[in-house]
Write a protein that binds this ligand. Sequence first.
Ligand code: MN
Length: 217
Amino acid sequence: MSKFAFPPADPVSLPIIGMDARFPVRRIYCVGKNYADHVKEMGEDVKRSEPVFFTKAAETIVHSDSNIPYPPNTKDVHYEVELVVAIGPDGIYAYGVGIDLTRRDLQALAKSKGGPWARAKNFHYSAPCSALTPAGRIHLETAKIVLRKNGEIVQHGCLSHMIWSVDEIISRLKTDMDLQAGDLIYTGTPAGVGPAKIGDELSGGIEGLERITVRFI
Ligand code: MN
């Protein structure tokens, strides 16, 4: 066993429905601009749109039913509900529902300067994710995806409207980056993204999967 200069952080993990064992999270990949209606609402050209890949640290995971301290250095935190694909030793292992929290004001600043999105996307508590449902017999191709803010539907779409399918995203990540067991992929959001403030409850759902619910405090 290795000797460490100080105690390493505990591994990040997610519960798996129907199992005692937990899913050990390695890395988080995110796909941007993967639903035409969202590309349009961001004021961009759907035809010329290529998906964008970015990453979040595993430590940004937030479990369902958690309280999230409103993030620093922003006045415009946005929610983006997304299908999360969990990769295991033999390909797709499980699915979950995630919320890709974004400091939209910092993202606009980064876009205007051609700078990286790290501060806009990869901050503490920025990746809420539900418990995972084993892939097994689930078919999500035409499942509906919804986000409720304080009980009211603010985002709704259908997974069949993804510009790049889950298989295409996986094959691109495998060749362009590196995809290993433990990796999570946030696959992009449909239209309806918007701000959350202190006191708001966000609850994301996809037919057949566990919900993700978080509150800003
Ligand atoms: Mn997103």
